[in-house]
Write a protein of this length. Structure first.
Length: 140
């Protein structure tokens, strides 16, 4: 069932769950609620200056990657870098182009997007990327 209001619910184990998003999809099973969610928050370093693509319908999209770093948990003192593809559309894209550059530390809020396409050899490819809805500079 679709809900379109803020509310607080309690499940069987007496935990309080805050539901705040409009149009959140809820599934009720034995007095417990499962909330569907697609939210991403990343903080890392920009790998290259964003590239812009302008579409025939006037929409604009930028793409870039950010690197996050973590330490190896096997007792080794080795830093592991993971790269995440980022996209931003229209106003968010235009604003980002005015200040984001390679090496900047930024915080991203957005959602995960999945799409498929055919490559030049006719093979189907699948990709995930984070679509940024908020971008913020972070002091390094």
């Amino acid at each position: 069932m679709k809900k379109n209001a803020e509310k607080t619910i309690a499940n069987q184990s007496a935990e309080v769950i805050e539901i705040t998003n409009a149009n959140v999809e809820e599934t009720k099973t034995e007095k417990t609620y499962t909330r569907e969610s697609n939210s991403v928050e990343l903080c890392g370093y920009v790998g290259f200056t964003p590239q812009i693509h302008e579409f025939a319908n006037g929409k604009k999209k930028i793409r870039f990657k950010i690197a996050t770093h973590s330490n190896n948990k096997n007792g080794e003192n080795k830093q592991i870098t993971k790269w995440f593809p980022i996209a931003a559309w229209d106003n968010t894209a235009e604003d980002a182009l005015s200040w984001i550059k390679k090496g900047d530390k930024i915080k991203i809020k957005g959602y995960l997007s999945y799409y498929s396409w055919k490559d030049k050899d006719g093979n189907y490819r699948n990709t995930f990327e984070t679509v940024a809805t908020e971008l913020k500079a972070i002091a390094a």
